[in-house]
Design a protein around this ligand. Sequence first.
Ligand code: C2G
Length: 411
Amino acid sequence: MFLMKKVITYGTFDLFHIGHRNILERAKALGDHLIVAVTSENFDLERGKLNVQDSLLKRIENVRQSGLADEIIVEEYLGQKVNDILKYGVDVFVIGSDWTGQFDYLKKYCEVVYLERTKDISSTQLRNEGHIFRIGIITDRKDDAAIVSESKFVSGLDTVGVYTTDGAGAIEPSGQIKTVPGGSDFAEKYELSKIYESPVALIEDTEIVFVHTAIPDRYLYAKQVLQHGRHLILDFPVANRSQMADLYEIASAGGLSIRVRVPLAYLRTFHQLVWLLHSGVIGDVQRIAYSVPDADNAADGAAIILFAANRLSGGAKIEPVESDKEGMTITGTAGRIVIPGKWQSMSYFRVESADMDAPKHYSFNIEGSGFRYLLSVMLSAIKENRPESGMFTPDEALTVIEKLEKAGMLS
Ligand code: C2G
């Protein structure tokens, strides 16, 4: 008797592209019957996939038109995969290598296969498809600050390559940028298709550039990015106020977007907190005690603290104080707000006020490091040709840098 081998694969399949086609083809080749599960809009919201542009119907239609699916179903909730595998008698579960390891728990039920994802999908895009923006990384570090994993959760972005100095020192004593050829395992680690030989080669081949380097090198790279008409994501801060002001000026003249990498500024929880404080829920803010946030260096960490304190106290002159207790506590004249754990990626806080019978709890589902929310806002702003969104304003950036300079943290 012929036993049909059933294969299942999952995805959003937004802006259907060559990477999607490739995985469906290879999944189909692993068996006799291919089931493709397309995520529902609600499920994508729940799992933190942002910026999905095509409707569920359109995404299903694109999968159907590929001619590769024998059956199409909708994925609607977390935990559905196990249920589907049992219900349809699935033999093989297939997913791209960006998910390696994450679905090993399904091995109890069927074979699990991770197929190498297709690199550089944006280069093969047809003109009339929804546009996929190309991101490049300029770095002297071994880590990518999670931009690769986070950008995968923002539909319409493709992180294609890296220029890395491998920590060899990026700037000549004359102030010129050194060109240090790649030779890094960075691209392999993050599955990037391209290693660029110079910063300019990377800049010219991409549309958004992430400058992820030591503080003294940030400005020169960032300036090159903007001068070439590309949008910029920048580790924060730069070395002084005039550098930052200069970058904003070039960006504004060129209609370009600058986002400094402070994901906290993009979290819904943080906005709700600011709004509650400003509406006086704990009276006037008197004290902000914080635990030191994770950051690449002391100045980057201090920049996050100063930004947060400035917003939370509504610009009042409150010096935040370091505490050895994990989290943040904001004390006001009529109560306090407690954010336990890592406050820089806050998904929860508690309001305790004299007027309340019991504390009030606020929580929002924040996925990942929060970087994806910044990327999503940036992408929408670029597409709609809108300038700064108010999430982290140039004025705030300049104020923070000024304070760091005064504290001697940037020299
Ligand atoms: N893919 C790929 N190459 C790319 C992009 C995507 O091989 N350049 C693969 C992904 O690894 C995934 C499939 O195409 O296996 C669908 O990708 P997405 O639409 O981005 O969906 P994803 O967010 O990966 O959803 O339950 C949902 C699944 O967990 C995966």
